[in-house]
Ligand binder design. Structure first.
Ligand code: PLP
Length: 427
């Protein structure tokens, strides 16, 4: 055990997740690569958990941050703040939500917490619908709507949560259904649930489940859910913390894959917008956003230095059509991984969109999750210079691939070759 790891274990919580048998100390990055303290270079297919959206050490973002730091880092939202207003204008416009208001937070958790506060206040009930296998953060209210006990450290919650089917599809009776029948069965499940409860405040859902292993429901599921929700005035909160900003290639927001039923009532975001700077936020039409009647701030939410990073990062992302790049390069990568999967009985499914790709592993010849092989693949990929993620809860058997959206075709091929080797050595 190296010295830093020993000190880490002495002073940080045991439950703080840490990858690899010999944890890595990342010291710097450039483009799609990072380096560890021993000088080893890695192709980064996890982008700091989907936060490095454009590239590591992107000069445009570095320059904006250092120039802003030279002027002022933070003055609080008690004073007018030009970068915050400018980023809010851009985000409101991109959301497609009419008369949109934006509230900036410092994380995805705080964004979802705020969305829950808004929805429960607006609807005057603390009942929430959430998806099975979901993850929305680690605050008291966020763990209360997390649909997987591995990430939910307490059974207590300020909310009453009802879990809807539609998250995981690879196992159980729903696995045999085609897309249309799956959507119909999930809608039936939702109707049945609503028939047994007073109308909830909102349904919160990730368009593609992130920590849950990049599980994607069939297109149209949330449009079908929305019709049912609207009959009772129930709000729809789309948690775009992982799926926003073009990550899924075809669409700027993950919810757009579900049909043109109009934008959600509330959208939450975080991760990629700041390219690693801690920006989160909530977008809602003004009627919902303004239902709170107290003065409120998030001390570090909207702080100038993070807003400057967000503006520079968003400009780069849009000016260089990184969403289009995610669609093209992600499409090639998915195809390549599906070819590899076809030769390996332990690879149950390659799924996802754009540069958000999940690879589900099972014990060969069975339908059983294979967390041991998932860990072995992670270790082997790392040994050969590739960082990837994993997910899927206590049965962590899905590999997660989410590089910065500027990934080149050559880098995608290089990463796929390392992953192929790692998968072949595990199976
Ligand atoms: N929502 C989703 C979909 C997430 O994946 C995460 C984190 O992984 C969160 C919310 C919480 O975000 P944060 O870790 O920034 O608090």
């Amino acid at each position: 055990m190296n010295d830093l790891y020993a000190r880490h274990r002495q002073v940080l919580p045991d439950w703080l997740a840490l990858y690899y048998d010999e944890p890595l100390e990342i010291t710097h990055g450039e483009g799609r690569h990072v380096w560890d303290a021993e000088g080893n270079r890695y192709l980064d297919f996890f982008g700091g958990i989907l936060t490095t959206m454009t590239a590591h050490a992107l000069p445009e973002v570095t320059k904006a941050v250092s120039e802003q730091a030279g002027r002022i880092i933070h003055s609080s939202t008690l004073y007018l703040n030009r970068p915050m207003v400018e980023l809010a204008e851009r985000v409101a416009h991109l959301s497609g939500i009419p008369d949109a208001r934006v509230f900036f937070t410092t994380s995805g958790t705080e964004a979802n917490d705020t969305a829950l506060l808004l929805a429960t206040t607006y609807r005057r009930t603390n009942t929430i619908l959430a998806m099975r296998n979901s993850y929305h953060g680690r605050s008291f209210s966020a763990v209360g709507i997390t649909g997987n006990k591995s990430w939910s450290p307490t059974a207590l919650s300020p909310l009453q949560t009802l879990y809807v089917h539609g998250g995981v599809r690879t196992r159980g009776p729903y696995a045999e259904l085609n897309d249309r029948d799956f959507v119909a069965a999930c809608v039936e499940d939702l109707r049945d649930l609503l028939g047994h409860t007073r109308p909830p405040a909102a349904l919160i859902a990730e368009p593609i489940q992130g920590v849950g292993g990049f599980t994607s429901p069939p297109d149209g599921l949330y449009a079908a859910f929305r019709k049912v929700l609207q009959e009772q005035g129930i709000l729809w909160i789309a948690d775009e913390v992982q799926t926003g900003w073009g990550r899924t290639g075809e669409h700027f927001w993950g919810w757009q894959a579900h049909g043109q039923s109009g934008p959600p009532d509330i959208v939450t975001f975080a991760k990629g917008i700041g390219n690693g700077m801690s920006i989160g936020g909530v977008i809602a039409r003004s009627e919902i956003m303004n239902c709170l009647d107290s003065n409120s701030i998030s001390t570090f939410g909207g702080t100038q230095i993070t807003m400057a990073a967000g503006l520079a990062n968003l400009s780069y992302l849009l000016d260089h059509d990184l969403q289009g790049n995610a669609r093209r390069v992600g499409g090639l990568l998915i195809e390549r991984l599906r070819c590899i999967a076809a030769q390996l009985p332990g690879v149950r499914e390659v799924r996802g969109r754009g540069l958000m790709i999940g690879v589900e592993l099972v014990k060969p010849g069975t339908d059983e999750a294979d967390p041991k092989s998932a860990s072995a693949v992670l270790e082997s990929a790392r040994e050969n210079g590739l960082l990837i993620g994993k997910g899927g809860g206590h049965n962590t058997s899905a590999l997660r691939i989410a590089p910065p959206l500027s990934l080149t075709v050559a880098e995608a091929e290089e990463g796929a070759a390392i992953l192929e080797q790692a998968l072949r050595s595990a199976y």
